[in-house]
Design a protein around this ligand. Structure first.
Ligand code: BGC
Length: 940
């Protein structure tokens, strides 16, 4: 097909060179980053005004200085002209790169006619510290655990560290390499270094910890300089998850007791001489204003204990003591942070502030989100402002905090009485909230007393989605806000209660949806390490990762553990990333072997196969409504699905034998599934009696199990578990079940994602639209009409006029799992579907709503460039707007009842050399196009 394309669009070489130009150069998914991969992967995108433009070859140059690069003296690597269309995942193949090497690079591409384009603008990357021997710094700490006394929460103060140093002469370059076990904020000469929060991020600190690298040349001067750091317990030593709630024997300090700092400042002088200032016992330490700092429980700050100018030179630290040096764990790796750091996304001004009884003030920030607030207050020394955070209000207007469970989520500020007022932002905690209840104001605060600071992992924006229907637009915005709130170093389930764990089931159900909103390649590069670090000794992937021991009975569950296969697969498919497959291949193989052993050679899980885990059977179709899908039936579907993904991934990394093997396993699972879970007509069934009265099974298990459910059919169709004939039958039963259910969905976490895609693929996309547009319980629209501005954990988390249910159990208002409909919005409503991995090819097949929506427009910035698909109905006219990036070919399906009326830019398709017309089938005219912007019109 691709060759055909090249032939079709081949034009004789002209003397003029092409306008093909590489832009958006990145290394390891980031712009000008610091990396520690020995062979960093390079990528670029291409621009050109020519339709159907392709890259036929490229050349990369990497040099040790901008001047050498400009002079085409590629002393690190000159790839020479490489034939091919690859523009991403290209491994550096030059000289071995030492630690700290700065690499400047550029690329040019040859177009479809064989003309070379201009060189790109230069980009760069820098190598980090590659080896523990590169580290001179020691782990230093200040054991304050004895000060952490409290009835329920044992929260010690945060230690401060400082060091003064004399730098000799003009400084050419300086880098700060810094990390902590716990969280840190680093300052140089009184100024915070970097814009990152919650550094160095959450990992299994027994196995690895990441470090950050900052360019700090401009922070320093010749002569005296001061370095300072504040360290808090964070994920390392603070409270985690629901350990306290469920009475776990350990509630905090899952990795260690004392938070530690490790930092080294490396200075290179104009003379070429180098100097390193590294943490050691000579760093002075004490504790001061930060009395408590805990992610879940909040921060307490006494401004009267501040040390003015403590991270500047000349501060008298005679009362501070020396730091304690702590031994390193030799097996703990120190690596460059591979993800996107948490940063401030935006600030929010309160919409209202209202006086409540007892002198309380309630601020409404207008949006539920994850982050903190900046407090601005003027008052007397010793006045104490206490801030409580909630997502919702009770119908009586009071803030609802029961759903935080044991997360205290309270910030406290004790004023010093500064005459012009004082401003404070906590550093080491965050909350999930829209409302802030403040006590302690002596005079009525204005709206400027509180500013919302939205925090999120800085995953680059990738998509947009808009229709002419406000309900759907609101739903989309709610999905985006929920992803923003929960892609927080790891993909958390929710940002507010005492949980905030990266539940694997939620992650796998939503990952594909997430790809459309943001570029999550780096974010998942990081989390997939966490997930594999947390793989259990029996090779099952865990329920959440990182996986501290917050509840003894938390083991694994079908539908959750498969995250270890599904997430790498989606990252591969979306970004063409085969490294992720290679890296975790042995772990994934071991997981499949575990699942195989669990099926006892039968290739299917019969009823009660997972009785031994907690909850019995696993989490199943968590939070579904109505009849329950047997967890073993679902586990069998997932087993088949993961085997098929393994086969595809094996092919992608050139393991044809293993591909054949997993294809064989997939076939056997399909057959065994049919035998076990379908009757002679292909209808799904289960042996209900085997489950007894459902006691001990997932919540509501008592309402009985049935194989004939929306969730069962939707998953089987989505996972290609059935023959074409059975797929259609399953589609019909799915349709019957939805009709019987008064056109309402009944699915939970596992059933929801495939529901609309399964309807679409079996010819029922109008029913998918009907579910999407519904405002009755249970539906997305029901949440929207009940006031949601994020996605809720339960369809009925809050009902106007009725209030809440289940607050003290689980009632999160910021839970992305039910946002997995995003996959359908982009993939079906707008019709953007990945073909060859990395959007090398793409299918555009929009599904047109017969009512309720008259236009859809989606943009998606793929790794190959910008893809756009939009449609608009007016009367019998339909317009379809499509953009395909350079170097990408698309199969496009134009919806029409009259194929002869289809025009592009008002011209007949036949006369259009950029368009290849294929067949007309099922109400779509199928075309092949290359890059460019297209406007199709048709009469219907
Ligand atoms: C979490 C979920 C998670 C579940 C396990 C809940 O408490 O919030 O999102 O997947 O437990 O079923």
């Amino acid at each position: 097909m691709i060759t055909l394309f090249i032939l079709l669009f081949y034009q004789p070489a002209r003397a003029v060179s092409t306008d093909l130009k590489p832009v958006h150069l990145r290394t390891e998914y980031k712009t000008n980053p610091v990396v520690d991969a020995a062979k960093p992967r390079l990528s670029w995108e291409l621009t050109s005004a020519t339709r159907g433009q392709l890259q036929t070859a490229y050349q990369i140059m990497v040099a040790s200085s901008p001047a050498l690069l400009a002079a085409n003296k590629a002393d690190f690597w000159n790839s020479a002209k490489q034939a091919g269309s690859a523009t991403h995942q290209i491994e550096y193949a030059g000289k071995p790169l030492p630690a700290r090497a700065v690499c400047f690079w550029k690329v040019r591409s040859w177009d479809k006619t064989g003309q070379p384009g201009a060189w790109s603008a230069p980009a760069r990357w820098e190598m980090g510290l590659l080896d523990k021997a590169d580290w001179k710094a020691e782990w230093i700490g200040n054991d304050l655990t004895a000060l952490g006394k409290g009835k329920t929460y044992h929260l010690p103060p945060a230690p401060f560290f400082r060091k003064e140093t004399n730098l000799k002469g003009p400084i050419k370059r300086a880098r700060l390499y810094v990390t902590s076990l716990g969280l840190y904020e680093f300052q140089i000469n009184g100024k915070r270094v970097g814009n990152d929060h919650f550094v160095p991020g959450w990992t299994d600190y027994n196995k690895r910890v990441y470090y950050q690298t900052y360019e700090v040349t401009s922070h320093l001067k010749a002569g005296k300089n001061a370095l300072g750091a504040i360290v808090a317990e964070g994920w390392y030593a603070g409270y985690l998850g629901y350990a306290l709630l469920i009475g776990n024997p350990v509630v905090k300090s899952f990795y260690g007791d004392v938070p530690l700092l490790k930092a080294q400042l490396e200075v290179e002088y104009g003379t070429g001489e180098r100097e390193t200032i590294a943490t050691d016992q000579t760093w002075k330490t004490t504790h001061g204003p930060i009395l408590e700092a805990d992610i879940l429980n909040g921060e307490t700050y006494n401004a009267n204990l501040e040390f003015e100018k403590w991270s500047e030179t000349g501060y008298v630290d005679t009362k501070w003591k020396n730091s304690t040096v702590y031994p390193d764990k030799p097996e703990r790796k120190l690596e460059v942070y591979p993800g996107n750091q948490i940063q401030v996304f935006q600030e929010l001004k309160p919409k209202t502030v209202t006086l409540k009884s007892g002198g309380r003030y309630l601020f409404d920030l207008g949006q539920n989100f994850a982050g903190v607030v900046r407090l601005h207050v003027k008052g007397h020394k010793g006045d104490t402002i206490r801030l409580k955070f909630g997502e919702m209000l009770f119908p009586n207007g009071e803030i609802m905090t029961e759903n935080l469970r044991k997360a205290r989520a309270t910030d406290t500020y004790i004023l010093k009485g500064a005459k012009d007022g004082e401003t404070w932002t906590p550093k080491f905690t965050y909350h999930g909230f829209q409302y802030v209840e403040a006590t302690g104001f002596k005079t009525a605060p204005g709206l400027d007393a509180i500013t919302g600071i939205v925090l999120s992992s800085a995953t680059p924006l990738a998509g947009s989605f808009e229709t002419d229907n406000p309900l759907i637009n609101k739903l989309y915005q709610n999905i985006v806000w929920t992803q923003r709130s929960n892609y927080f170093d790891i993909p958390t389930d929710c940002p507010q209660r005492d949980e905030r764990l990266a539940w694997t089931g939620d992650a796998q159900a939503y990952v594909k949806s997430a790809t459309f909103n943001n570029d999550i390649a780096a974010f998942f590069t990081k989390w997939l390490v966490d997930l594999n670090d947390a793989q259990r000794a029996d090779h099952a992937y865990p329920l959440y990762a990182p996986a501290p021991n917050v509840r003894k009975t938390d083991t694994y569950s079908p539908g959750w553990s498969e995250s270890g296969i599904v997430c790498p697969y989606i990252i591969y498919k979306t970004y063409g990333d085969t490294r992720v497959i290679r890296k975790f291949w042995p772990n994934m193989v071991a997981y499949l072997a575990f699942m195989q052993a669990k099926s006892k050679g039968e290739f299917v899980y019969k009823e009660r196969s997972f009785e031994d885990i907690s909850p019995k059977g696993g989490y199943g179709d968590w939070l579904s409504v109505g009849k329950k899908t047997p967890p073993d039936l679902l586990a069998s579907l997932y087993y088949g699905y993961t085997a098929s993904l393994m086969a595809e991934m094996a092919r992608a990394i050139d393991k044809p034998d293993e591909a054949v093997y997993y294809e064989g396993v997939f076939d056997q699972i399909k057959q065994a599934f049919l035998k076990q879970y379908t009757d002679e007509t292909g209808k799904f069934k289960t042996n209900q009696a085997a489950y007894g009265d459902g006691e001990g099974y997932v919540i509501e298990g008592k309402s009985g199990f049935d194989g004939h459910t929306q969730t069962a059919y939707a998953n089987a169709i989505y996972m290609h578990m059935l023959t074409p004939e059975h797929t259609q039958k399953a589609g019909n039963w799915l349709m019957d079940l939805i009709k019987e259910n008064d056109h309402k969905l009944a699915t939970g976490f596992l059933g929801l994602k495939p529901l609309l895609p399964a309807l679409s693929s079996t010819g029922n996309s109008q029913e998918a639209y009907r579910l999407l547009l519904s405002t009755e319980y249970p539906s997305w629209g029901f949440e929207v009409v009940n006031g949601a501005n994020t996605i809720w954990e339960r369809w009925n988390s809050y009902i106007k006029g009725k209030g809440f249910e289940n607050n003290s159990g689980m009632n999160s208002f910021n839970h992305y799992a039910f946002g997995s409909v995003n996959e359908w919005l982009f993939g079906n409503a707008a019709g953007i579907k990945v073909g060859e991995a990395g959007y090398k090819t793409v299918t555009i097949r929009p599904e047109i709503a017969s009512e309720g929506i008259n236009s859809v427009k989606a943009t998606y910035h793929s790794i190959n460039g910008m893809i756009e698909s939009g449609w608009k109905k007016s009367g019998s006219n339909l317009t379809v707007q499509i953009t395909i990036p350079v170097n990408t070919s698309a199969t496009v399906f134009i919806p029409t009842t009259q194929p002869a009326t289809v025009l592009e830019s008002a011209k007949s398709l036949k006369t259009n050399p950029a368009i290849l017309v294929n067949e007309f089938k099922d109400g779509y005219l199928q075309l092949e196009i290359g890059s460019g912007k297209y406007q199709f019109t048709s009469q219907n």
